[in-house]
Design a protein around this ligand. Structure first.
Ligand code: URA
Length: 275
């Protein structure tokens, strides 16, 4: 056998794709490759810092902060104009203020699925590849596990499901606080329109952003917190729990997530106390 012969093109292509897949590259953002070295290296935008931070000497930080503030103002205006969930979905699709729209999403904004007046609103972190392709949250492997857990808890038809951001973060990284802040007015308007009785927050990125807390998810899960809207006009009980993607990697943690769901159902079905 001639070991020096070049393999057929199909084998070369398959092997190159397998190499990229092993390296974590699972999607293409454009048809042609960009030579970023020839174009001149540019640094990624720096993250915004608290508004008290001095802007002097940190033009990147100041610019990122201004961008985030502008995005939040625009998001609030668009979200406030939406009178129902269909209008809210259209407003999100029109929104250009979240950097993820241009970074991670290949196909579309991913807003929600579930019952429009559900008593439980589930808020995940952000869409993955499957969600980006299908336009609905939690439809990949983690979503299938979530659905099985909801079915076992009798919650299938009692939930509305969304995320803290509506575009897929590149390589499924955790969304940044700025990206979550830009999308937050839409999440808040969704809460107003659906009017759930309870929020279930999946994973650390959702719990930290929604509750503005710093503890890790293992410290927060299974406990009740009070979620408040930005203007403090709305408040709701909220429970963080483990993200189903984490449960796929750590099946032994499923019993913790199950006990969280059980206490959520108990609170949901508890008769309201007379005022
Ligand atoms: N993980 C999330 O947090 N949200 C999804 O929609 C899918 C996976």
């Amino acid at each position: 056998m001639d070991h020096t012969a070049t393999p057929p093109p199909q084998i070369l292509v398959e092997s190159l794709l397998a190499f990229w897949a092993d390296a974590g590259v699972d999607c293409l953002y454009q048809d042609e490759a960009s030579d970023r070295i020839a174009a001149g290296l540019t640094l990624p935008p720096r993250h915004a810092e608290p508004s008290s931070a001095p802007a002097a000497g940190a033009a990147g930080v100041g610019a990122a902060k201004v961008q985030t503030d502008d995005a939040i103002v625009l998001a609030r205006r668009l979200a406030a104009g939406a009178q129902d969930l269909t209008e809210l979905a259209a407003a999100i699709t029109a929104f250009e203020g979240c950097a993820l729209r241009y970074a991670g999403a290949v196909r579309q904004a991913v807003f929600s699925r579930g019952l429009a007046n559900a008593p439980v609103m589930i808020i995940g972190e952000g869409p993955g590849a499957e969600e980006d392709a299908r336009g609905e949250p939690f439809v990949g492997r983690a979503g299938q596990l979530l659905d099985r857990m909801l079915a076992a808890a009798g919650l299938t038809d009692r939930v509305f499901i969304t995320n803290t951001v509506f575009w897929r973060p590149p390589g499924n990284r955790t969304p940044t606080l700025e990206e979550q802040q830009a999308c937050a007015p839409f999440v808040e308007r969704a809460i107003e329109l659906v009017s759930p009785r309870i929020l279930l927050l999946l994973g650390a990125a959702s719990a930290k952003a929604m509750l503005k807390r710093e503890e890790g998810i293992l410290a927060m899960r299974g406990r009740w917190f009070e979620w408040r809207s930005a203007d403090e006009s709305l408040e709701l009980p909220a429970m963080p729990t483990l993200h189903p993607a984490f449960l796929l990697r750590q099946p032994a943690a499923k019993k913790k997530a199950w006990s969280d769901l059980v206490s959520l159902v108990q609170r949901l079905d508890r008769p309201e106390r007379p005022h």
